[in-house]
Design a protein around this ligand. Structure first.
Ligand code: AMP
Length: 413
């Protein structure tokens, strides 16, 4: 097996569906995976999409697909041995990460590394690495597995605090606990929503941040032999979240140079610790007010493209997806250019549907400099992200207004 993630991309690059094809297996086939698949296909890579349900967005554009539980280690191993991918590219956190560690030891290329997938699978691994091993600034936190531990964690952290299942995404199970009256409901909600076998929660001190950003950080192979892995940064992306899930993002997010340096320092430290190559979404909170010395807190990192980074599909010369595919394929990154201020705004479903339909698409696209991505998800449920509106403007404010206008005209039924 060729371990293409561990060498610059000058090896065999056969045509898709031939014996020499370069094969990329996506673990998770949502909207971010779909864009990774499209970028890989543009470079003549054969794409195999995997997810737990049929007709997932990336499956609709891949060469082949498989439906299986990616938390089932045997099923995961089986599909990898059957497909023989050069690159195994996770798109989600909920994976049989112990199996990925075994497979990596056997020579398979896990992006960025199997250890990174294990550490970012739950909030505990990555939080302990960032705060306890690397000494990066984070909110105060405690973990709890039982109700008495939870009560003790609340007492130790104090109010307000944020309670989240250790394994969850998109704000599922997350609550802001403002007063003592919210404490019990937050436990029940987190406990019931937690995915995986580990029903633990994290209690985090609430950070009164001014801005939260995603710093897209790319680790790529050096193009000259003997030099070290290179780190590249995209301009910072600002975003707004509701109920723990992203609603809009914009690029650039204006930061002073000292704060930007702190952000880049944290992003480099955490991505170096995770290792491998690829694009990472480093989530940071910036507090302290515009005129004061600002503090930057590490919040989370995705070892893969980030939902708030979808704005780069319009705002940069290369999207986060193209950058990811280039980095993992050993190709040069080149110069990352911001074209104009850009923004994204999400399109959410309002109810359950087994055959969602969209109205208002034509009207939405009358908004100047706007584009739409409808993800083609076969089913909708309340607040499920079904699409995203993207827009450019002469200022970030104009781009945000346009993206929000465009998104608001599309209705999901
Ligand atoms: P997460 O799933 O941890 O990324 O949390 C989702 C969102 O909730 C973040 O992007 C923040 O907007 C908010 N949030 C999470 N943790 C905290 C915290 N400790 N303090 C303030 N806001 C938070």
């Amino acid at each position: 097996m060729t371990n293409v993630a561990n060498q610059p991309g000058n090896g065999v690059w056969g045509t898709p569906l031939s014996a020499d094809s370069k094969r990329l297996l996506l673990l998770g086939s949502g909207e971010l995976g779909r864009e990774v698949a499209l970028e890989a296909i543009r470079l003549g890579i054969e794409v195999i999409a995997v997810d737990a349900y049929a007709n997932a967005p990336a499956m609709q554009v891949a060469h082949r697909s498989h439906v299986l539980s990616m938390l089932d280690g045997r099923a995961l191993r089986h599909v990898i041995e059957q497909e023989h991918p050069d690159l195994i590219v996770p798109e989600v956190e909920a994976l049989a990460t112990e199996t990925l560690i075994e497979l990596e030891a056997e020579g398979w290329s896990i992006i960025p590394t199997a250890l990174a997938t294990r550490l970012t699978m739950d909030r505990e691994g990555i939080r302990r690495l960032a705060a306890e091993e690397l000494g990066l600034p984070t909110s105060p936190y405690q973990f709890a597995a039982t109700e008495p531990e939870y009560q003790a964690a609340i007492a130790a952290i104090g109010l307000p605090c944020v309670v989240k299942p250790v394994m969850s995404s998109s704000g599922k199970g997350q609550s802001l606990v403002k007063t003592a009256a919210d404490v019990d409901a937050a436990w029940t909600y987190a406990f019931e929503a937690g995915r995986g076998k580990d029903p633990r929660v994290i209690v985090e001190g609430f950070v009164e941040f001014d801005t939260e950003i995603t710093l897209l950080t790319i680790r790529s192979h050096p193009q000259l032999s003997g030099s070290k892995t290179t780190t590249h940064f995209c301009p910072p992306i600002g975003h707004r979240q509701e109920a723990g899930d992203y609603r809009e993002s914009w690029q650039p997010c204006a930061l002073n140079s000292t704060t930007l340096e702190k952000c880049q320092h944290i992003a480099k430290a955490i991505t170096d610790a995770l290792g491998g190559v690829g694009l990472f979404g480093v989530e940071l909170f910036i507090a302290g007010g515009p005129n004061k010395k600002q503090t930057v807190y590490f919040s989370e990192v995705s070892p893969r493209p980030h939902d708030t980074g979808m704005v780069t599909m319009v705002s940069q010369n290369m999207s986060e997806f193209e950058l990811h595919v280039r980095a993992i394929s050993g190709l040069p990154i080149g110069e990352i250019e911001q074209i104009r201020p850009g923004a994204s705004a999400v399109i959410l479903a309002s109810e359950i549907s087994n055959s969602p339909t969209f109205t208002g698409v034509a009207e939405a696209l009358t908004v100047p400099s706007s584009k739409l991505r409808l993800f083609g998800k076969p089913r909708a449920h309340k607040n499920r992200r079904m699409g995203v509106a993207l827009a450019l403007g002469s200022t970030v404010e104009e781009a945000r207004t346009r993206a929000s206008d465009c998104a608001s005209k599309v209705a999901v039924h």
